[in-house]
Design a protein. Structure first.
Length: 456
């Protein structure tokens, strides 16, 4: 009986602290019951009502009468209890945005029964859920999971799992070393510690190169991946962590065969994998169904890295609550004037006289444009830092400012263009620029009047 299996899975997930997976089990149970009641004309909705909550819900629409569910008496009362459990489960999972979708199914039943006390309690929970959403959006401290690609090699040990690849979802901020150790311990108990090896690089594994005497587990950290169109639709952190099935990781390499090299020779391979179901799911791992690889040449790597640096600064500057530690760490890395590191290394390698002609003019111009945006982002971040620091950090800030000026001077000399206007380092310029950033990042202008910035 599928419901029995889902209930058992939910208990295991709760025990292990995997509350999102437990909540999805509860949602699937409700969908199963709703399908049963709908077929008996006892409830108007079908499991498609849960599509926004989980794209995996269609699994329950194929429920057949021979699965044993007809032996259980389901009623509206049972349905309400299960829906209430979903609300509690989603709250524990910190997926507050989904509570209203479940509540929409409960409210008409309460209203029909004139259960005003329960309506009051439910609306109180809804109020609490929306308040929580505002809190976590303001603080940015909600962590909805970390993802890893896990591949298994070794026919003698894994049998039909040999060569299979999965995406694993781990709670909160799980480190690569933690999941690697957990899998090593799990399979060492099964196969013997002397027979299990962990592969921790992200290179493509050729099974023929592996020793058949061992069971190999490759573990790679991955990030959720969205194309430009999806990013326009998925604006919040929650939306970027819910109903997701594409993940990306990158592998550095050089044409000479080394993993790392000078910026002029540093390439990287971007791999995007797609899973058979979306996360979160009733299971912690989902099989990978397809894989797509793109090779980035050195100038492409430079463009990509500079875009990422600029985006990170923009995001930090448009947060409702500015994280000063992160802001200063990013600034320090961005305004570095080291010879072989940081943004200047890219500019020297790809934009300087005698070198830029080696690369396609479009990519050279793209890199120049990104540097303009990068300087703009750095100047805003410096202005913001100056407004937030206390007296004991003034000297540190002046150092950052001096490094920034030196960096911009060299950048301007390299691309033969004045990149820094003096008013960009004055505070009166900050607010207009923040509004520009908000438009770029999709952050509401109202955030700039928040208490965190009222001290500026």
């Amino acid at each position: 009986l599928r419901r029995t299996w889902l209930e058992s899975m939910a208990k295991v997930h709760v025990k292990n602290g995997d509350f999102s997976e437990a909540a999805m089990c509860y949602v699937h149970v409700v969908a199963l019951v709703i399908e049963f009641l709908n077929k008996r004309k006892l409830f108007h909705s079908r499991c498609s009502a849960f599509k926004k909550i989980t794209a995996n819900i269609d699994e329950e629409s194929t429920m057949t009468e021979d699965c044993g569910i007809q032996d259980i008496h389901y009623s509206e009362e049972v349905l309400v209890e299960l829906l209430e459990r979903c609300v509690d489960g989603l709250w524990k999972a910190e997926r507050y945005e989904l509570i209203s979708d479940i509540s929409k199914l409960i409210i008409p039943i309460y209203e029909k029964r004139r259960e005003f006390e329960k309506l009051t309690d439910l609306y109180r929970k809804l109020h609490g859920a929306y308040t929580k959403i505002l809190d976590v959006m303001h603080s940015g401290k909600r962590l909805l999971g970390t993802y890893f690609r896990v591949a298994f090699y070794g026919q003698a040990f894994f049998e039909e799992e040999d060569g299979k690849e999965y995406i694993y979802k781990e709670p909160k901020l799980t480190r690569l070393s933690e999941i690697s150790q957990r899998l090593l311990t799990l399979y060492s108990e099964r196969f013997g510690a002397e027979n299990v090896k962990i592969i921790q690089d992200s290179n493509k594994v050729n099974a023929k190169d592996l020793d058949s005497k061992y069971a190999y587990i490759q573990v790679t950290f991955v990030n959720p991946y969205f194309d430009e169109k999806e990013l326009l639709e998925r604006k919040t952190d929650f939306e970027k962590n819910h109903n997701i099935n594409k993940f990306m990781f990158e592998t550095p390499y050089t044409l000479s065969g080394k993993k790392q090299g000078e910026v002029e020779e540093q390439c990287k391979r971007r791999t995007i994998v797609t899973t058979t179901n979306t996360f979160p799911y009733v299971k912690k791992r989902i099989a990978i169904s397809s894989e797509q690889q793109t090779d980035l040449k050195p100038i492409d790597v430079a463009i990509d890295e500079m875009k990422e640096r600029t985006s990170e600064l923009q995001k930090l500057c448009t947060c409702n609550e500015v994280d000063m530690i992160q802001l200063q760490l990013k600034l320090q890395g961005c305004v570095s004037v080291q010879v072989n590191a940081g943004p200047l290394a890219y500019a020297r390698a790809f934009l300087s006289d005698g070198k830029s002609s080696k690369y396609p003019s479009k990519k050279v111009n793209d890199l120049k444009e990104i540097f303009r945006k990068f300087v703009h982002a750095c100047s805003i971040a410096l202005n913001m830092n100056e407004r937030l620091i206390k007296e004991d950090q003034i000297e540190y800030h002046e150092g950052l400012k001096s490094n920034f000026r030196d960096m911009v001077k060299e950048l301007s000399d390299i691309i033969h263009e004045e990149l820094l206007h003096e008013d960009m380092l004055h505070n009166h310029w900050l607010r207009n620029s923040l509004h520009v950033f908000s438009a770029i990042s999709g952050t509401s202008d109202s955030g700039f009047g928040s208490p965190a910035l009222s001290v500026l």
